[in-house]
Design a protein around this ligand. Structure first.
Ligand code: ASP
Length: 435
């Protein structure tokens, strides 16, 4: 009998996790899920996070050293950043078009009572997000890409700093006398291959991890059924708008880029990255998904490590198309609810600020909401900001899950397009999914 592919197992686990979480919520027995099931999800996430930094360090040093061509590296870097910024700006524009067409905020604008009730339920949480946004300065973020101490960067998982250091180390190794340099490069290459084997091993537990993560998310979301019903009623249209925008971006931008600029069949691409997408959905974290994205793109699509080891870690930190699109929808939604009319100029400000913020807030956790505060400040909504954010925080988790899928798909798309333009896709070699 043919073995079921990994992504089907994960999908089945996801469905069972939803069911289990739903039954636990409906029967009022969520405590055992949070106490005994959730830890399996946390262990799985820790395993992925554990290998993300070593994987990036080892594979990028090996990748940069084997490329051994700074002009090519610069070209790949330029294309990567260019595509990342372009796709993010398009995503925000798609978000704005969708929200302007659907206008999900008009009903709440006429219903101050529900608005107040929802906002009050999440006021405390909103305050915390706004405070973390206060420390963000885009210039400071750019300066901090250059680490003072690379070991601290490794210890604190500061991905862009790790990328910066690994690139320089990789280049420096090629400048050593041949036999000495080659020896060390082989060590890094072997370490990188060993970590990929670890990723494949960890992915065997993905169905268990995903089941636990989803069951516990459902229990957390469903803990207060009355607020949930309120939220769904009031914010259903808003959630639908975000979902439509995300799907539109996937279809209009990624599939078109892949079809026009690469020879990789769409079916093969989406089959290859399905495990990464499912994991992004379950974990809401592009960072934790990174090792799986790298493995899927290298082994499933055949992208050379030279390209993927550089493009994907940068993408996991700065390329957030789903998050950007969500900024556009959320900003317009909040403005409509508070009766603030937005001109075309204001909407352009949203595109510019959200694009800059998505690059500048690389290292900040809970990044979606932090970016939103920057955008709202720019629109002169500082007074309404806390209440506006509190209003949408209740449904942030499911939307975060969906936008993370787009973020990860965007990284994989750009990696495939750039690698294809440089002749760095070797489809014939080993195109199977991590199993
Ligand atoms: N959770 C998203 C990611 O990790 C970021 C966000 O939208 O908050 O890609």
């Amino acid at each position: 009998m043919k073995k079921l592919a990994l992504h089907w197992w994960i999908l089945i686990a996801l469905g069972l996790g939803v069911l289990y979480g739903y039954i636990a919520t409906a029967t009022g027995s969520t405590a055992h899920v949070l106490l005994y099931v959730d830890p399996f999800g946390q262990i799985f996430m820790n395993l992925l996070r554990m290998i993300a930094v070593p994987l990036v360090l080892f594979s990028l040093v090996a990748g940069a050293a084997s490329m051994n061509d700074t002009a090519k590296m610069g070209r790949i870097g330029g294309k990567t950043i260019g595509l990342y910024v372009m796709t993010t700006a398009i995503a925000i524009t798609i978000g704005l078009v969708t929200v302007n067409l659907i206008q999900p905020g008009t009903e709440l604008a006429n219903n101050p009572e529900i608005r107040e009730r929802l906002a009050n339920a999440f006021a405390g949480q909103a305050q915390t997000s706004i405070q973390s946004a206060e420390n963000v300065s885009i210039i400071q973020q750019i300066v901090s890409i250059v680490p003072q101490n690379p070991f601290e960067s490794l210890a604190e998982s500061k991905m862009l700093q790790v990328v910066f250091f690994a690139l320089l180390l990789g280049i420096a190794l090629t400048r050593l006398p041949r036999e000495r340099g080659e020896h060390i490069i082989h060590v890094f290459q072997n370490l990188s291959d060993a970590i990929i084997i670890m990723v494949q091993g960890i992915m065997k537990f993905a169905p268990i991890g995903v089941f636990a993560l989803i069951a516990s998310v459902i229990c957390q979301i469903g803990k207060d059924p009355e607020t949930l019903a309120d939220l769904m009623g009031a914010l259903g249209a808003y959630m639908g708008t975000v979902a439509i925008g995300l799907i539109a971006h996937m279809v209009l931008v990624y599939t078109v880029l892949l079809a026009l600029l690469t020879n990789v069949p769409l079916r093969k691409f989406f089959r290859a990255i399905a495990p990464a997408q499912l994991l992004a959905f379950s974990s809401s974290s592009s960072g934790a998904t990174l090792p799986v994205t790298m493995t899927c793109v290298e082994k499933g699509i055949g992208v050379d490590e030279e390209a993927s080891s550089f493009i994907l870690p940068i993408g996991a930190t700065i390329n957030m198309d789903g998050t950007g699109l969500y900024q556009g929808v959320a900003a317009v939604f909040i403005c409509t609810v508070f009766g603030r009319e937005l001109s075309v100029g204001d909407q352009l400000t949203i595109v510019l600020t959200a694009t800059m913020a998505s690059i500048g807030t690389a290292a900040v956790p809970g990044v979606g909401i932090v970016m939103l505060t920057i955008v709202l400040q720019q629109l002169g909504m500082a007074n309404e900001m806390a209440m506006g954010i509190a209003l949408i925080l209740g449904v942030d988790r499911p939307l975060d899950m969906c936008r993370t899928v787009l973020n990860v798909t965007g990284d994989a798309t750009v990696a495939t397009v750039v690698a294809s333009s440089e002749g760095l896709i070797h489809p014939g070699e080993r195109h199977h999914e991590p199993s």
